[in-house]
Write a protein that binds this ligand. Structure first.
Ligand code: ADP
Length: 904
C-alpha cells in the first residue's frame, strides 16, 4: 500500500460551473462541490459512473474504458463506470491507492420520481465518503486486523492522538509528549491519520506520520479548535457536555474534535453508535517507537506481511475478533505488574483445564464477527446476515458462560479477570430477548439483502404467512393455466415472467400464427391477447392470467414490505443494544485470546514470567519463537540461551557486550530478549525456562535499519538518528538492544562512536542494554566500567569448517571468523585466500587499515588476473575467421584439419 503519500488532490481541468448543466449533470456538480477531494461515484441505474477528471483518474487507476457522455460548457464530458454489483472490488483498489471515494446514491426509486412529474429526475445525494480509516465492509477489511482512523493534535506543548475504530465502535484518546507521538501513533497502526493544516507541514511531525503507515489527511485548522471540537463531540454522542466522559486536556479534545468533524462529513451525518471516548493513559503502556516495532517484527515482518512476525507465530486464536484483540495486546504491552499478573492468572487457569479449553475453542470457532456486524447494522449498511451473525455470537456467548462457570460456584474461585469476562458473556434481559426473537423469527440461513425477502421464518408473523400463501398458491394456479392454455389452444405454451410484462404465455412464431389469425377473426371472443412479438417467440396473455399476475405481485410486494419492516425493527433493536452487544463481542474476543495463549504456551512449553518493580532481567534458557520455529522446520536444534542483566546489584552487569562471528546468533539473541519483554508485559507466557523481569517503561532497538534514501538519509544517517533517540530518551527502566552500531562508516570512526555510545548508556541512561558489536576492542570496557560484562556467541573450527554453536558464554569472542564466513557464503577461494593473507599481515603488524597499501601488490594482481576474461586461444581466433557459407566441402575439411593442428 502506498500509504505514506497523502491522497491525490484533484484540481479540475474542466469548467464545472453549474450554469447550463443538464439536470443530471447539475446533480453531479453539486455532489462534486460538496466533496472536491474525493472521486464521486454517481449512481445511474445499475452503474456507478464517474465524470470529468474523476473519470480520467479512475480509468487510469482501475484500467476502465474512458467514454464520453454529452457536453458541458462546450467540452466533452469524459465518463467511466463500474457495475454496482462489482463496486466493492473497485473501491478496495482505489482506497488502497490512497483515494477517497464519495458514494452519490439514488435517494428514491424512479417510480417515486415519476410521481413528481414526467420530467422529474431521481434525486441523488452523497450518502458516504469511503476512506481507508472508515471502512466497515467485510470485503474491504482484513478480518484479523483492526482498521483505525487516528487524529493528531498538539496544543500548548502537549500532544494527543484520538483513535476511532468504526467497525467496533471503540474510541480512544491518548495524551503524550510531542516527541512520543511516533511511538503512540505506531502502537495503533492507523489506516488513516488526520492532522490539522499547521501540523501537516511540520517537518518534525512528518517522520511520526510517515512511520505510522497510514494515509495522511490534512484538515482545516479551524476544525482543531478545542471549543468547536467539544461541540462536535457532544453532537456526535448526543450529549450536552463532555463532562460525563471524564476530564480531557485541550489537545485531546482537539484531536477528538478533528475525528468527529471527519466522521460527520464522511458518514454524511449518520448516527454512528460509538462507544464513549476512553482515555488511555500512555503511562500505563510499554513505549515502543516505530523503528523498534518494525525491527523486532512484532506484528508485521520486515516485508510488511504477517508471516514471520511474533504475532503470527503465537496466534492460536480462532475468531477474527480474538485475532484483533491479540494484535492489540502485543501492540501495546502494559507496565503495571498487577495488571500483567491479572492477565497471566487467566492464562494459567486455562492452561490447567485442557478439555474445557478444547471445548471452548471449538465453540468459539463457530461464532461470528459480531462487533463488525453490529456496526454495519447501526450504520444501516448491514443485511440479514449481520443479524444472523449477532444471533450466532450471542448464542455461543450464552452457552459458554454456562459451560465455563458450571452449575455451582467454581472452586477454587476463578481469577478476577475471568470472572469479569464470564459476567460479560452472560445474557442481559435485553440481549436474551433479542436472541430469543432472532431464533424464532430469522431464518436459519438468511439472504444477503433484506430487500430480496425470505428472511422471516414461516409461522412468525401470521400476516406474512397469509400473503405468502396467496403468492405461492397463485403460482400453483399459474401452472394450471399453462396446462389449460395448451389444451384450449392446442399449442405448446410456456408461462414465463419478466419485470415488464409480468406473467405471460410464450410460444414459437410458427405456433402463434393460427392464434393471431383467430384473434383477428374472433376479436374479443378469443381469450389469447397478443402482448409482444420477438424474433422467434410470440407472447400472449389472458384476462385470467393478468388478474392473477396483479394478485401475485401485490402479495409479493406485501410480503417484501412486511419483511423489510421486520428487518428494520430488528436492526433498530440491535442499534439500541449496540453497547451491550459490543461488550459481549469483546468478552468473546478476550476469551479467545486467553485460551489461545494458553494453547500456545502448552504447545511451546512457555512459562509464566515473573514481572515486578525491580530492575532485574534474568532469563534462563530463553528462545526466539520465530527463529526457533524456522530452525526446527529445517530439522535443526534451537539452542536456548540465558541472559542476566541486573541493573541494581553492585557487581552485576546492566550492559552486556555481545561479540562473536557473523551468523553466530548475536542478532537472534538480542531480539529474543527484547521479544521476551514484549511478551511478558503483554501478559503472555514466554518461551523460556524462567524469566524474572523488572518492569520496562520503554523498549528501544537499533537493528539493521534500511536506507531511507527517499528522504535523503543513508543507512549510517538512519543509524545515528535512531541512536540519538535512544541516548536522549532511554531511562534506568528502559531496555535497549543495539546491533552493530558504527558499521556504516570508517572503522575508527565507527569504533569511536560505538565506544562512546556504550559508555553513555552505561553511565547516563543506565538502561539494561544488550550491545552486539564486531569491534573486539570494546571488550576492554568490561574492565573499565562497573556494570559491563562480555558475552560471546561461540563458534568452533572443526576439520577446517566453521561450526556455529549459537551459545552465549561469558567472555569476549577471540576472533570474528569473518574470512571463514565469507568462504561459507561462496566468495571465490582466491579472494578468500587473499583475505586470509591480508588478515595475517594486519594481525602480526597490528597496523591500522590505512597502511594497507604497504601490502605486496603482486598477490592482488594475481587474484585479479584470475577473474579477468581469458584471451582467445589460437583455435578460437582461427575459428572466428572462418565463414562456413564461403567454404566448399573440401575447403571445410581442410579447415577442420588446420584447426585440429592448432589445438596441439
Ligand atoms: P548474527 O547476528 O551473529 O550474524 P543471527 O542472529 O542473524 O547471527 O543468526 C544467524 C542464523 O543462525 C539464524 O538465522 C538462525 O538460523 C541461526 N541461529 C541463531 N540463533 C540460534 C540459536 N540459538 N539456535 C539455533 N540456531 C540459531
Amino acid at each position: 500500500m502506498n500509504a505514506h503519500v497523502p491522497p491525490p488532490t484533484l484540481q479540475s481541468a474542466y469548467d464545472l460551473s453549474p450554469e447550463g448543466a443538464t439536470p443530471v449533470m447539475a446533480q453531479f456538480i453539486a455532489a462534486k462541490q460538496e466533496q472536491p477531494d474525493a472521486l464521486v461515484f454517481f449512481r445511474m441505474g445499475d452503474f456507478f459512473e464517474l465524470f470529468f477528471d474523476d473519470a480520467e483518474v479512475a480509468a487510469k487507476a482501475l484500467g476502465l474504458a474512458l467514454t464520453k457522455r454529452g457536453k458541458h460548457r462546450d467540452q466533452d464530458i469524459p465518463m467511466a463506470g463500474v457495475p454496482v454489483h462489482a463496486m466493492d472490488g473497485y473501491l478496495a483498489r482505489l482506497i488502497r491507492q490512497g483515494f477517497k471515494v464519495a458514494i452519490c446514491e439514488q435517494l428514491e426509486s424512479p417510480e417515486a420520481a415519476k410521481k413528481r412529474g414526467s420530467k422529474a429526475i431521481v434525486s441523488r445525494g452523497v450518502v458516504r465518503v469511503v476512506t481507508p480509516g472508515t471502512l466497515t465492509e467485510d470485503s474491504l477489511l482484513d478480518a484479523r486486523g483492526a482498521n483505525r482512523l487516528a487524529a493528531v493534535s498538539v496544543r500548548k506543548g502537549q500532544a494527543a492522538v484520538a483513535v476511532v475504530e468504526l467497525s467496533s465502535g471503540a474510541v480512544e484518546v491518548v495524551g503524550c509528549a510531542p516527541q512520543d507521538l511516533a511511538a503512540t501513533l505506531a502502537a495503533f497502526r492507523p489506516s488513516e491519520v488526520l492532522v490539522p493544516d499547521r501540523l501537516f507541514s511540520d517537518p518534525d511531525l512528518a517522520a511520526a506520520l510517515n512511520a505510522s503507515g497510514g494515509v495522511v489527511q490534512s484538515m482545516p485548522q479551524a476544525q482543531a479548535d478545542p471549543a468547536a471540537g467539544e461541540r462536535r463531540i457532544a453532537a456526535l454522542y448526543g450529549v450536552k457536555a463532555l463532562d460525563a466522559f471524564g476530564a480531557f486536556e485541550p489537545a485531546e479534545i482537539s484531536a477528538l474534535g478533528l475525528a468527529a468533524a471527519y466522521l460527520e462529513t464522511t458518514q454524511a451525518g449518520r448516527r454512528l453508535a460509538l462507544s464513549p471516548p476512553r482515555r488511555a493513559e500512555d503511562a500505563g503502556r510499554l513505549a515502543i517507537d516505530p523503528a523498534t516495532r518494525a525491527g523486532l517484527e512484532i506484528d508485521r515482518a520486515q516485508d510488511g506481511g504477517r508471516e514471520g512476525s511474533l504475532l503470527n507465530q503465537i496466534d492460536r486464536t480462532v475468531t477474527a475478533g480474538g485475532a484483533r484483540a491479540l494484535t492489540e495486546r502485543l501492540a501495546r504491552p502494559l507496565t503495571d505488574p498487577t495488571a500483567i499478573a491479572g492477565r497471566l492468572d487467566v492464562i494459567d487457569w486455562w492452561l490447567e483445564r485442557r478439555p474445557l479449553r478444547r471445548d471452548v475453542r471449538d465453540a468459539l470457532s463457530g461464532s461470528s464477527d459480531m462487533a463488525r456486524a453490529v456496526t454495519r447494522l447501526c450504520l444501516s449498511r448491514g443485511g440479514p446476515r449481520d443479524l444472523a451473525a449477532v444471533r450466532s455470537a450471542l448464542a455461543v456467548a450464552e452457552r459458554l458462560a454456562g459451560q465455563v462457570a458450571g452449575p455451582g460456584p467454581l472452586d477454587p474461585p476463578p481469577p478476577a479477570g475471568l470472572s469479569t469476562l464470564l459476567a460479560a458473556l452472560g445474557p442481559t434481559p435485553d440481549t436474551g430477548a433479542l436472541l430469543a426473537e432472532l431464533y424464532e423469527g430469522l431464518v436459519e440461513e438468511p439472504p444477503h439483502l433484506a430487500r430480496d425477502g425470505g428472511l422471516v421464518r414461516p409461522g412468525f408473523r401470521p400476516e406474512l404467512d397469509a400473503q405468502r400463501t396467496l403468492r405461492d398458491d397463485s403460482r400453483k394456479v399459474v401452472v394450471e393455466i399453462e396446462q389449460r392454455a395448451q389444451t384450449d389452444a392446442g399449442v405448446p405454451f410456456k408461462v414465463r415472467h419478466n419485470a415488464v410484462l409480468g406473467y405471460f404465455l410464450e410460444t414459437t412464431a410458427k405456433h402463434a400464427e393460427p392464434l393471431l389469425a383467430a384473434r383477428r377473426e374472433d376479436g374479443e371472443a378469443n381469450p389469447f391477447i397478443h402482448r409482444q412479438t420477438l424474433a422467434s417467440q410470440v407472447r400472449f396473455t389472458t384476462v385470467e392470467l393478468s388478474e392473477l399476475d396483479a394478485k401475485i405481485s401485490q402479495a409479493g410486494q406485501r410480503c417484501l414490505a412486511i419483511e423489510s419492516e421486520m428487518f428494520e425493527a430488528w436492526r433498530a433493536r440491535v442499534e439500541a443494544l449496540a453497547g451491550p452487544l459490543r461488550a459481549v463481542a469483546e468478552a468473546l474476543a478476550e476469551l479467545d485470546v486467553a485460551t489461545a495463549l494458553a494453547q500456545w504456551a502448552e504447545e511451546t512449553n512457555a512459562v509464566r514470567p515473573e514481572v515486578d518493580d525491580s530492575l532485574i532481567f534474568v532469563v534462563e534458557a530463553g528462545r526466539h519463537p520465530v527463529v526457533e520455529a524456522a530452525v526446527t522446520r529445517e530439522g535443526l536444534p534451537y539452542t536456548p540461551n540465558d541472559c542476566r542483566l541486573d541493573g541494581s546489584g553492585a557487581d552485576c552487569a546492566r550492559l552486556a557486550l555481545v561479540t562473536g562471528p557473523n551468523m553466530a546468533g548475536k542478532s537472534t539473541f538480542l531480539r529474543q530478549n527484547a521479544l521476551l519483554v514484549v511478551l511478558a508485559q503483554a501478559g503472555c507466557f514466554v518461551p523460556a525456562a524462567r524469566l524474572r523481569l523488572g518492569m520496562i517503561d520503554r523498549l528501544f532497538s537499533r537493528i539493521g535499519a534500511g536506507d531511507d534514501l527517499a528522504r535523503g538519509r543513508s543507512t549510517f544517517m538512519m543509524e545515528m538518528v535512531e541512536t540519538a533517540a535512544i541516548l536522549t530518551q532511554a531511562t534506568e527502566r528502559s531496555f535497549v538492544i543495539l546491533d552493530e552500531i558504527g558499521r556504516g562508516t570508517a572503522t575508527w570512526d565507527g569504533l569511536a562512536i560505538a565506544w562512546a555510545t556504550a559508555e553513555a548508556l552505561h553511565e547516563t541512561n543506565r538502561a539494561r542494554t544488550l550491545f552486539a558489536t564486531h569491534y573486539h576492542e570494546l571488550a576492554a570496557l568490561e574492565d573499565r566500567l562497573d556494570h559491563v560484562c562480555n558475552l560471546s556467541m561461540r563458534a568452533r573450527e572443526w576439520n577446517g569448517e566453521l561450526v556455529f554453536l549459537h551459545e552465549a558464554h561469558p567472555g569476549a569472542a577471540d576472533r570474528s571468523y569473518g574470512v571463514q564466513v565469507a568462504r561459507l557464503a561462496g566468495v571465490p577461494p582466491k579472494v578468500v585466500a587473499r583475505a586470509k593473507s591480508v588478515l595475517e599481515r594486519l594481525e602480526t603488524e597490528k597496523s591500522a587499515p590505512a597502511r594497507l597499501e604497504d601490502l605486496p601488490l603482486f598477490a592482488l594482481a594475481e587474484t585479479t588476473a584470475a577473474y579477468a576474461p581469458a584471451k582467445p586461444s589460437a583455435v578460437e581466433t582461427a575459428l572466428a575467421d572462418i565463414d562456413p557459407d564461403d567454404l566448399t566441402p573440401r575447403e571445410a575439411l581442410e579447415a577442420l584439419y588446420r584447426l585440429k593442428g592448432l589445438e596441439t
